[in-house]
Design a binder for this molecule. Structure first.
Ligand code: NAP
Length: 304
């Protein structure tokens, strides 16, 4: 069994920030990542609200974090974690290919895209439905698409797609957006973006690929069909904490219960980033969590 001071699960902004702080604090640190490092921000075309970095792409931001952690001696295991156990204070992490022991663990697995939950969604995924405008937008060049959601991701997606597509419908269930007002104003100025507010998508149409959607107005129940070639779903995230539900307390939505000190109900186990109960989920709060959790873990390890 390979042994480390600190095991960090997830290489998004929270996990990588934690790794940087842990390595600088002298802890031997291993970060697990089941897919690509970087987390959710990797598909954002621009990051404009992280203090001090100006305007960078999400991919560049993630690459810098990863490079900084690696230079400090952080090790990475690109393996999927299947369980975390606490055996007499030893934290045992099992992945799909190995077993590791740590003195403390930081859970930083973040969240994944929330599905619409309507009939046909799975069937049309990759055949008209996408959850990533930056990744798939170019397939819809010159076509008509719709974006669902009212947060920053949906607004950002609509802006990206407006540059590529003939027409973009932005469908949101309320008449006010959750995302930043400045981005809403930019979209309002674009001729090929049409807001469809107080509306939800209730039906997906098409044989082998998506050809249209039916949208229902939530206040008066009227329905309209929109002919679209693509539907980009950007309605937030759901936490990825299923593997930890027996290890630590989670709330009714699956978020790990931990305060601003990032401490869970289990000694030596910390939660950082979007997977933790919190009100503001931003890059800067994910990074802050990483620092707080790593420093708390270092203190816990020193006191062992
Ligand atoms: P979000 O802020 O949680 O917004 C989700 C949106 O989807 C909300 O408008 C919500 O409507 C809507 N929604 C949720 N469930 C729905 C359903 N079942 N059907 C229809 N609509 C539904 O998620 P996000 O936009 O992915 O952003 C996540 C976090 O990342 C946010 O803190 C955001 O600011 C941040 N972010 C930052 C950047 C950046 O800095 N460049 C880019 C993207 C995201 P209601 O408003 O009615 O609840």
């Amino acid at each position: 069994m390979q042994m480390y001071d600190l095991l960090i699960i997830g290489a998004g902004t929270a996990g990588l920030s934690a790794a940087i702080y842990a390595a600088r604090g002298g802890l031997s640190t291993l970060v697990f990542e089941g897919a690509m490092y970087g987390g959710q921000i990797i598909v954002s075309p621009t990051v404009e609200n992280y203090p001090g970095v100006g305007c960078v792409s999400g991919a560049d931001f993630a690459n810098s974090l990863y490079a900084q952690a690696e230079q400090l001696g952080v090790q990475f295991a690109f393996e999927t974690v299947v369980s975390v156990e606490d055996t007499d204070g030893k934290k045992i992490v099992k992945t799909d290919s190995a077993v590791y022991e740590g003195k403390a663990v930081i859970l930083a697995t973040g969240a994944k895209n929330r599905p619409l939950g309507i009939a046909g969604e799975e069937r049309f995924t990759g055949r008209g439905i996408s959850y990533c405008a930056t990744c798939d937008g170019s397939f819809f060049q010159g076509k008509t698409v719709a974006v669902v959601g009212g947060g920053n991701t949906a607004l950002e997606d609509a802006e990206v797609l407006a540059k590529l597509c003939n027409k973009v419908y932005l469908i949101h269930r309320r008449n006010q957006f959750r995302g930043e007002a400045s981005q809403v104003e930019r979209l309002q100025k674009l001729d090929n973006v049409e807001f469809v507010l107080e509306s939800t998508v209730v039906e997906l149409q098409g044989e082998t690929s998506l050809t249209g959607i039916v949208v229902e107005n939530v206040s008066n129940g009227t329905r309209q069909s929109l002919q679209v070639d693509g539907l980009f779903v950007a309605i937030g995230q759901v936490p990825q904490n299923a593997a930890f539900s027996e290890l630590v307390e989670t709330d009714s939505h699956g978020y790990i219960v931990a305060g601003e000190d990032c401490k869970t109900n289990r000694a030596g186990v910390y939660a950082a980033g979007d997977g933790r109960t919190k009100t503001v989920r931003q890059l800067v709060t994910a990074a802050a969590d990483g620092a707080v959790a790593a420093l708390a873990a270092a203190e816990y390890i020193r006191a062992m």
